[in-house]
Design a binder for this molecule. Structure first.
Ligand SMILES: [Cu+2]
Length: 142
């Protein structure tokens, strides 16, 4: 006669456990609103989650790899120009970060630490526009 109660308890424990496991993803719901500027940037489907305090994105000829990354707040993202062409890294919105072509020759590197959760689209103005061509996204989320 105790069995149903035990089963209910088990179910509750499982639910609690699953809830805790998913806790870190709660921030996803407000990601579509972008950073603190109210932009409408969306999380790309093929986003690659990169772990660690420092991650690297390669600028190649002529694309970024990985193109779309997700990192935790406080992560330093370093772009390296591993191509033979000139590139730049410009945010699609604002000018709080990014590197101009004269400071990003082949072999150069540029770093920025993303503190605030949000979706940061960027592009290379030489080989793309804000929305097409040589573009990338940094998703900052817990
Ligand atoms: Cu480029």
């Amino acid at each position: 006669m105790h069995r149903p109660a035990a089963r209910l308890l088990l179910a509750l424990l499982l639910a609690a456990g699953l809830g805790a496991a998913c806790g870190g993803d709660d921030g996803d719901t407000d990601l579509s609103t972008g950073g603190d500027d109210g932009s409408e940037a969306e999380v790309p489907d093929d986003v690659v989650v990169l772990e660690g305090d420092e991650v690297t994105v390669k600028a190649l000829d002529n694309f970024f790899r990985p193109e779309n990354i997700q990192v935790a707040p406080g992560t330093t993202v370093t772009w390296t120009n591993d191509g033979r062409n000139e590139h730049d890294v410009l945010p699609a919105e604002g000018d709080d970060w990014g590197v101009e072509v004269e400071d990003f020759a082949p072999g150069d590197a540029y770093s920025f630490t993303f503190e605030s959760p949000g979706v940061y689209d960027y592009y290379c103005s030489i080989h793309g526009t804000k929305t097409a061509g040589m573009v990338g996204t940094v998703v900052v989320a817990e």
